[in-house]
Design a protein around this ligand. Structure first.
Ligand code: TRP
Length: 334
């Protein structure tokens, strides 16, 4: 057999609409990885249940996040794309892995402690064991690389701990997964109001969604924070202007970026012009993704086909791991 590609797993939460930060922070990495690795990407619908989404909304959210990811360039022919709840093997291994997870270590996880602080009225057991489920998502496919941001570092460390603990007690089965990103590809898109990272939950006008209509995009950029006046030549660029330049670097031509950098440096910059230009380039970037996502979302038959085909492949691989795990544990009676 030819050398096999390394296995990659990543989970996508079906909450909120995808925005530019998701695109340049995560999806672009996925798109590159699909060429180099054996990728298993899934919608983490079980994980989303920790916050009790409205049952009426869940199917639409799952379909939308699939459509938006495919529209952004994930190719269902190249990656195994599936929905977590279509893989019952995950729930069985989750049960088994819970026996190796200590309540004490789960209670110490920073994301859990945050939730306890932020939503004390809903500290459910699923929240506590979230890292166990996430570890199983990864381990059941025997993944070695996981494209996640820093905020998931602790969860990944737990996945390695659980893998080690299982291997040590029952015999070698799980490789230890590590976080992976193409370093040069990691872009942190800043919010348009200059208040940190672009995110779904904060100021809606400061976030560019892949579903935004053209006029909305233009309007948001018009309102983006800049300096007044035309800057002081020789002085370092204010952060707000720097942020717009960074956005331009993502969606405009190098010539355009150069033009406005030069204009800043020689004191002739007009922020209104700059934002109009950025608005047009952003529209050119987002519109095709938005339209493709819309079409895909209408085509539920196609999306279901993708989900089914993905689930079949993911289940086949997961079933092998689960079978081995049970055998090693001693659930081996026939
Ligand atoms: N916890 C991840 C997040 O919040 C989502 C996730 C669930 C995940 N299971 C995973 C990511 C497995 C990578 C691998 O974004």
């Amino acid at each position: 057999m030819a050398t096999e590609k390394e296995i990659v797993v990543s989970g996508i939460r079906p909450t909120g609409y995808l925005h530019l930060g998701n695109y340049f922070g995560a999806i672009r990495n996925y798109i590159r990885m699909q060429e180099d690795f054996n990728c298993y990407f899934f919608v983490a619908d079980w994980h989303s249940l920790t916050t009790h989404p409205d049952p009426k909304d869940l199917p639409g959210n799952v379909m939308r996040v699939l459509a938006e990811n495919i529209a952004s360039g994930l190719d269902p022919e190249k990656v195994t794309l599936y929905v977590q709840s279509d893989i019952p093997e995950i729930s069985e291994l989750y049960l088994l892995m819970n026996m190796l997870a200590y309540v004490g270590e789960l209670e110490k996880v920073p994301t859990f402690k945050d939730k306890v602080r932020l939503q004390p009225e809903n500290v459910n057991a699923g929240l506590l064991t979230y890292p166990v489920l996430m570890s199983v998502d990864i381990l059941i496919q025997r993944a070695v690389k996981v494209p996640v941001g820093k905020d998931q570092g602790q969860h990944l460390e737990m996945a390695r701990n659980f893998a080690q603990r299982f291997n040590h007690r029952y015999g070698d089965l799980f490789p230890e997964p590590v976080a992976f990103n193409y370093g040069d590809n990691l872009v942190r898109v800043q919010s348009l109001d200059g208040k940190g990272k672009m995110s779904k939950s904060e100021n809606e006008m400061a976030t560019l969604y892949l579903s935004d209509e053209d006029d909305k995009i233009r309007q948001k950029l018009k309102k983006a924070k800049t300096d007044s006046g035309s800057g002081v030549p020789g002085e370092p660029m204010p952060e707000s202007v720097q942020n717009l330049i960074e956005l331009m670097k993502l969606v405009s031509t190098p010539d355009t970026v150069q033009f406005f950098e030069d204009a800043y440096n020689n004191g002739s910059i007009r922020y209104g012009d700059m934002k109009t230009q950025l608005g047009e380039d952003m529209v050119k970037f987002i519109a095709p993704i938005r339209e493709k996502a819309k079409d895909l979302q209408q085509d539920t038959a196609y999306l279901r086909e993708i989900m089914k085909a993905g689930a079949e492949k993911a289940r086949a691989n997961a079933a092998q791991t689960l079978h081995q795990a049970k055998k090693l544990i001693g659930i081996n009676y026939y």
